[in-house]
Design a binder for this molecule. Structure first.
Ligand code: SPQ
Length: 426
């Protein structure tokens, strides 16, 4: 995919539904009693993997565009799948479904693509085993996919997670639905809380207290109607484009702005970006609003600490903004970047360096000396959707880039290039 330099991005855009919320709407709908209707569902490859996994366990799921009808089977109504569940490229599917499968009375196996088989599963295997789950992995120390899960008796635990990860927290809380007694998860920093919010909506007894989430096993969950707001992780590319492409003014409508996800807004403000939130409201239990950005002269900043989990998936595009900002930006406490769809410290640094940026990778982030004139380059996306989209925006603001395997944006934003072209007036 060739992306050329452009100026004056002007207009409105609505990004597709939130990926994290879309996954959860299918999973929780499938194990509830009654029919769950979802609107604004993200029809990206990752969320389709989640749908297919639950169809393989006997759940009737009808999807037309962004509308989905899930015929829930109740907590104990899933059927043994006849083949290995394919979680594709999706870490969320792999880790959350493992929590649910740990509580079933049948054996199951799951596997994903090459990237999934490299991503650490020890982080869920360890706490699930502590609960009594019979779960085993493959590869080094049995800590990678494919995973096999056999029936077992689960007991609630108080788990102190070493990482701030919504996927770890969710896997443990979902296993907690099937455990004897209460289950709690405490994290070092608060990660996205969509599981807690949505499970409450489905009738579960979930209490959030600071860094701890507690669940007591319910008799059943009950179907809900869910409106999925636009994904702030997808909006992030247009936020950045509006700020760094000269002459731009972009309004992004209906974006989820849950504070556990919205760290990028604070970073844009800290960099001196013109960004405002309009029309704030609640969409299906989640805060949402419209975001207006205008081209701005940005300055460097420090991104660190408790803020990191609130913008972890936006760090590639924040690094791109930093390359166009005057002065130094330091990103630290973000070692989690190494275990995403690609090692995002390496892939971001490789791409920005190729474009002429002064950027240094560190153990837990990167240091960017911004403000140098960047030029076009050939960019390897490493099949990572967030890398492909970040460099499409970098190209718009600097010079022609050829992005390899650019179609990997299908994971979270199938119409990304069309929406970008429309905004550019092409
Ligand atoms: O699902 P997957 O592949 O893990 O997707 C990513 C992404 O960039 O889209 C991460 F690579 O998002 C994760 C996110 O980083 C989605 C997620 C969730 O829905 O619970 C939580 C975050 O991961 P983690 O490991 O911090 O829990």
């Amino acid at each position: 995919m060739i992306i050329k330099k452009h100026t004056n991005l002007r207009g409105e855009i609505s990004v597709p539904g939130d990926k994290s919320i879309s996954h959860r709407s299918i999973m929780f709908g499938a194990i509830s009693k009654g029919i769950t209707h979802v609107e604004g569902f993200l029809p990206g490859a990752d969320c389709i993997s989640t749908i297919e996994c639950f169809r393989s366990m006997g759940v009737d799921i009808l999807r037309e565009g962004d509308k989905v009808r899930v015929e829930g089977k109740g907590l104990h109504g899933l059927k043994a799948p006849e083949h290995v569940l394919d979680t594709g490229n999706s870490g969320t599917t792999t880790r959350l479904i493992s929590g649910i499968l740990s509580g079933q009375d049948f054996e199951s196996s799951l596997n994903g693509d090459e990237s999934i088989r490299k991503r650490p599963m020890g982080r869920i295997i360890t706490p699930l085993k502590m609960m009594g789950a019979d779960i085993s992995g493959s590869g080094e120390n049995g800590m990678y996919a494919p995973l096999t899960i056999k029936p077992s008796h689960l007991t609630g635990i108080d788990y102190n997670s070493p990482v701030a990860s919504a996927q770890v927290k969710s896997a443990v809380l979902l296993a907690g639905l099937y455990a004897d007694g209460k289950t709690s998860v405490t994290e070092p920093s608060l990660s996205r809380n969509h599981t807690e919010l949505m499970l409450k909506g489905f009738g579960a007894d979930v209490i959030s207290d600071g860094l701890t989430a507690v669940i007591c096993p319910p008799e059943e969950l009950y179907a809900q109607d869910i409106q999925v707001p636009g994904d702030i992780s997808s909006a992030a590319y247009f936020i950045a484009a509006g700020l760094i492409v000269p002459g731009s003014e972009v309004l992004i409508r209906n974006v989820g702005i849950n504070p556990t996800r919205a760290g990028i807004i604070e970073v844009c403000k800290a960099m001196g970006g013109s960004i405002s939130l309009l029309n704030e409201r609640s969409a299906g239990g989640e805060p949402a609003g419209d975001i207006l950005v205008k081209y701005s002269s940005l300055t460097g900043t420090v991104v660190e600490g408790d803020m990191i989990p609130t913008l972890i998936d936006e760090i590639p595009i924040i690094a791109v903004m930093a390359a166009f900002a005057k002065g130094r930006t330091v990103i630290k406490d973000a070692a989690e970047l190494k275990v995403k769809e690609s090692n995002r410290i390496d892939t971001v640094c490789e791409g920005l360096k190729a474009m002429g940026c002064d950027i240094t990778p560190t153990d837990d982030g990167m240091i960017i000396e911004g403000g140098k004139m960047l030029h076009g380059a050939s960019i390897n996306s490493y099949l990572d959707h967030r890398i492909a989209m970040s460099f499409a925006i970098a190209a718009l603001a600097s010079g022609e880039c050829d992005i390899e395997n650019a179609e990997c944006v299908n994971i979270s934003y199938p119409n990304f290039y069309d929406d970008l072209a429309r905004l550019a007036g092409n």
